[in-house]
Design a protein around this ligand. Structure first.
Ligand code: AMP
Ligand code: ZN
Length: 464
């Protein structure tokens, strides 16, 4: 497999530290609000990465942190007059619901920053021992960028621009503000009653050190892959490298991958710009998690995707082409299992699919391979040449492809509101023993792609 490594700025052949295993750290959400679908572009790219590694036989250990203490979460908790825990809990919960709706395979670990304060403190102590940090008058601890000669290698910072001794206490800042950054922030009035004790007095971790402490705890001092959105490259990831390598003297991460943004009218989708949609917003408008996933996987991860409702409509029609073929293949295969040699047209699509993923996760080409399989299958069926065995082979191939894309089969799809309403109406018709109306509604539900069965436990719905 080849990935474009942001550190070397080259496509490189991937070689993991331990053969057959891949350690992956993916920066997770700051739980101060509902994530928007721009955030999910990053998490879905990481999902494709993880699933592609698994497709190629790697046993993946993925860690995604939850940033539940930083400038934004503290502000939110204090403005709402609730504890940090209470404030962040509902956003954590909704994050897990959303990733499920988007068909994202769960990571092995979701460490929360507030559960790792001792790890942060011991990392800062190590940095002190190495002379890389200093305490400021207010009791905060800063990393001295001038003491770490490799600072700026990831984001290609002009070293001339380094302003030694200039301190930045904010978690987020632009490249032209590069300077010494806070790893431990002394308590101040704005923090209210949110603080932890440390050898430097009351305070709390900076955002960047959280990720260094948690990634190394779960994946070791050196690990394979670290990812995030392109905006995380500076200062967040640059600072993570400085803190981690500064403390251990070992290379921190081998391969850095960054995804481009989801845009709206050419601009980054962002909370601050007000041009964002949450998953809830779109589900309320009648779109499904599967359709949104399709839009978010359909661009190569290093290219921006422009979000539009036309794009969602295109996803819907692409998915219905897939559904039609799955239905056709299932009807044709019946109970027949695949046997004998896989026909060439299926094997070729599978090869093309794997090759596309191996080439820096080229999902557009991988989708082209999927649609070429569907096109060939449809042609064979119209010519009366799709045998039950080959239909079963096609379904096997689709299942394999779907271990990565997770859009072909509709197992976890949310039931559309329209279908829910029809189910309620049908239940009423049945209670009134109006069987004709009940059958009519069942047929209407079927035209929407769902099968309803009556069981002793009531109506049961499944995708057609
Ligand atoms: P945040 O919650 O702001 O720390 O962001 C969480 C993740 O979402 C980070 O990896 C960001 O880089 C990513 N992200 C935020 N906005 C976008 C966007 N419009 N497109 C792609 N990724 C984004
Ligand atoms: Zn991070």
């Amino acid at each position: 497999m080849k990935f474009y490594n942001s550190l070397s700025r080259k496509k490189e052949k991937f070689k993991s530290l331990v053969p057959g295993k891949a350690g992956l750290y993916t920066c997770g959400p700051t739980v101060y609000d509902f994530a928007h679908i721009g955030n999910f572009r990053a998490y879905i790219f990481e999902d494709i990465l993880r699933r592609a590694l698994e497709y190629r036989g790697y046993e993946v250990t993925q860690v995604m942190n939850l940033t539940d203490v930083d400038d934004k979460t503290i502000r939110g908790a204090n403005e709402n007059g609730v504890s940090l825990q209470e404030f962040t809990e509902k956003y954590k919960d909704s994050f897990f619901k959303d990733i499920e709706a988007l068909g994202i395979e769960p990571a092995e670990y979701y460490p929360a920053a507030t559960d790792h304060i001792p790890e942060v403190i011991s990392l800062v102590e190590k940095l002190f021992e190495k002379g890389l940090t200093y305490k400021s008058d207010d009791g905060s601890v800063y990393f001295s960028v001038a003491k770490f000669p490799e600072y700026g290698n990831l984001a290609h910072i002009d070293k001339e621009g380094l302003r030694a001794g200039v301190r930045i206490s904010n978690d987020e800042y632009e490249k032209d503000a590069v300077g010494d950054f806070a790893v431990w922030k002394a308590w101040d009035e704005d923090d209210g009653n949110i603080w932890w004790d440390s050898p430097w007095g009351r305070g709390r971790p900076g955002w960047h050190i959280e990720c260094s402490a948690m990634s190394m705890k779960y994946l070791g001092e050196s690990f394979d892959i670290h990812t995030g959105g392109i905006d995380n490259m500076f200062p967040h990831h640059e600072n993570e490298i400085a803190q981690s390598e500064g403390a251990t003297g070992k290379p921190f991460v081998h391969t850095w991958l960054h995804c481009a943004h989801l845009r709206v009218n050419g601009e980054k989708m962002a909370k601050s710009k007000g041009n964002f949609y949450t998953l809830r917003d779109l589900i309320e408008k009648g779109y499904t998690g599967r359709e949104i996933r399709y839009v978010l996987i359909s661009g190569q991860y290093r290219q921006p995707i422009n979000f539009t409702f036309d794009g969602l409509a295109a996803a819907r029609s692409a998915l219905s082409r897939i559904d039609e073929f799955v239905r056709l293949a299932k009807d044709t295969a019946g109970d027949t299992e695949s046997s004998g040699k896989m026909p060439g047209w299926i094997a070729e699509s599978l090869d093309a699919f794997g090759a596309a993923l191996d080439d820096d996760l080229n999902v557009p080409l991988a989708l082209a391979a999927l649609f070429s399989l569907i096109g060939n299958g449809n042609r064979a069926a119209s010519a009366g040449e799709l045998s039950p065995e080959n239909a079963a082979h096609a379904l096997d191939a689709l299942r394999k492809i779907d271990t990565v894309l997770n859009v072909v089969f509709r197992t976890e799809e949310a039931v559309p509101e329209e279908v829910e309403t029809l189910l309620v109406n049908r239940q009423e018709a049945r209670l009134a023993k109006n069987w004709a109306e009940s059958d009519r509604i069942r047929d209407e539900i079927a035209t929407l792609g769902w099968i309803v069965k009556d069981t002793p436990d009531g109506q049961k719905l499944s995708p057609k």
